[in-house]
Design a protein around this ligand. Structure first.
Ligand SMILES: [Zn+2]
Length: 288
């Protein structure tokens, strides 16, 4: 079970609201219904956990929310940058690259010869990732009140709390990895270690974190379901596209929470995994 980003910043009144005003309680209630059903062997909560200069913040780039920019990363997640502004923004996480389009059309990066310091960074770090980064209002700042998980959620001491988007130069929608597909959170390995083969994904936003997590879960080989009554989108148009995309990828879409719950009499015996979790949480989003 993965509960995504049930934080004040993504709920009505927050910086980047998803659930329609007034529906937060029904969302939390639906999620708590799943939580208390006793059918899940491991529960994971994620939290967006951004530093003030996070790459996803429109104001950092002097742009408007919902505009998009294109970013390139080295294999290790360093941001490829022209000399100047990005390096000032991310002095330890940006390197100077030169982009060339090869005859095959693929993009390759070479460090500028005169940038000896950056060249050292890139000497074993030449494979790039290209990311379309949607820009958002500033949201979910680390340690802020609005970054807290909703106080109405039932959270147990054994639950995993996974913080993501904590690196300034990398955004992360999925609970499994960052958007550049550079760094795994270790969640897939954790689930496998505990014999878990199926995952239910709920939370917000449907077309952002829920979609990305569900797609990664399928790609990792987990039987995956999304409960629509326990999610909310940023906007309905994006939600429709997301629903189609995850359905085509093999995600099971159900409307209500009881569609993924066994009948009450079967709940003790009808579990899909055999794991009783021990506490595992992370300050920086990478599970140990
Ligand atoms: Zn975010």
């Amino acid at each position: 079970m993965a509960y995504l980003c049930l934080q004040g910043c993504f709920l009505p009144g927050g910086a980047l609201p998803t659930a329609p005003a007034g529906s937060t309680l029904s969302l939390v209630k639906a999620i708590n219904t799943l939580r208390t059903a006793g059918c899940f062997d491991l529960t994971v909560f994620t939290q967006d956990w951004h530093p003030p200069n996070h790459i996803s913040f429109a104001a950092v780039h002097s742009r408007q929310p919902l505009e998009a920019i294109h970013l390139h990363y080295t294999r290790s997640g360093q941001l490829c940058s022209e000399p100047g502004r990005m390096q000032r923004l991310y002095p330890t996480a940006a390197v100077v690259c030169r982009c060339n389009t090869s005859s095959s059309g693929s993009l390759t990066h070479r460090p500028q010869q005169q940038q000896q310091q950056q060249q050292q960074h890139l000497s074993t770090d030449m494979v790039e990732h290209q990311v379309r980064q949607v820009l958002w209002p500033q949201h979910c700042l680390q340690h802020s009140t609005e970054a807290r998980l909703h106080p109405g959620l039932i959270i147990h001491p054994d639950d995993v709390i996974l913080r993501k988007g904590w690196q300034p130069q990398l955004d992360a929608y999925s609970a499994f990895q960052d958007n550049g597909r550079v760094q795994s959170t270790g969640l897939a390995e954790l689930l496998r270690e505990h014999g878990i083969s199926s995952v239910v994904v709920v939370g917000v936003a449907l077309e952002v974190c829920v979609k990305s997590t569900a797609l990664d879960a399928v790609e990792e080989g987990f039987e995956t379901a999304v409960v629509l009554a326990a999610t909310a989108p940023v906007d309905e148009a994006g939600a429709a596209e997301a629903v189609q995309e995850v359905r085509e990828a093999g995600v099971r879409l159900v409307q209500q929470v009881w569609d993924v719950l066994p009948a009450p009499a079967d709940r003790k015996s009808n579990t899909s995994a055999t794991f009783s979790s021990s506490r595992s949480s992370s300050e920086n989003g990478v599970l140990a």
